[in-house]
Design a binder for this molecule. Structure first.
Ligand code: SAH
Ligand code: MG
Length: 202
């Protein structure tokens, strides 16, 4: 449990500072607020996160409610190790389980109330398909970075980088996939870098 509130704040500030310095793309404050509100409002207990990075969003989600347990997957060794340290520092290792692996190579058995997709933008659809069977009936899948720093709103011909153009096409295809998916209904929000909330049509 949390021992000292001042320690919590300073640890989080330090994680954020590190992310900024090392170019780790952690969630924006607005996105984090939306997700933690969602967790409280919907009484979310079990969360699966694809893309731990250094543990920032997992820590923020765990701090939003003592009832929350999180499994988070990261494929980058250095980031995974940093996340392990950060989570330990905050004493949250009992409630946050980290998996060091490519998410597309794991099959999980458990069901989750909330699945966060915040990993490789080009693979959102793959992650969605990989884990949709792990979603509780009343659960939701939240995907981050659907605006991709405003690129997704631009006409593809205006984007000079071939790489970015390719990514934008993939994000647009994912948005289409969500919009046209008969099993789910999705809401899109202009929050942070753009997020979607996908729930089952019951
Ligand atoms: N959710 C974090 C930020 C994640 S950044 C936060 O807000 O604090 C995205 C992370 O996803 C990167 O660290 C990257 O290494 C990881 N990632 C990308 N593709 C992945 C995959 N296939 N499996 C697991 N992790 C992946
Ligand atoms: Mg993100």
């Amino acid at each position: 449990m949390v021992k000292n509130v001042n320690n919590v704040y300073s640890s989080i500030r330090e994680i954020k500072r590190y992310a900024l310095e090392e170019n780790v793309p952690i969630m924006q404050d607005e996105t984090m607020d939306f997700i933690t509100d969602y967790i409280v409002k919907k009484n979310v207990r079990k969360i699966l996160e694809v893309g731990t990075a250094i543990g920032y969003s997992a820590i923020m989600m765990a701090l939003s409610s003592p009832l929350v347990n999180i499994v988070s997957i990261e494929k980058d060794k250095d980031r995974y190790m940093k996340a392990v340290k950060n989570i330990k520092k905050l004493g949250l290792e009992k409630r946050i389980t980290l998996i060091f692996n490519d998410a597309l190579d794991i099959n999980l058995k458990d069901k989750y109330d909330l699945i966060i997709i915040d990993a490789a933008k080009s693979k959102n659809r793959d992650f969605f398909l990989q884990f949709e069977n792990n979603l509780e009936i009343n659960g939701a899948i939240i995907t981050d970075n659907l605006n991709f720093h405003g690129f997704v709103k631009k006409d593809v011909s205006e984007i000079s980088s071939r790489n970015i153009r390719g990514l934008v096409k993939k994000i647009k295809a994912y948005i289409d996939f969500l919009e046209n998916n008969v099993k789910y209904k999705t809401k899109f929000y202009e929050i942070g870098d753009g997020i979607s909330v996908t729930e089952r049509r019951l």
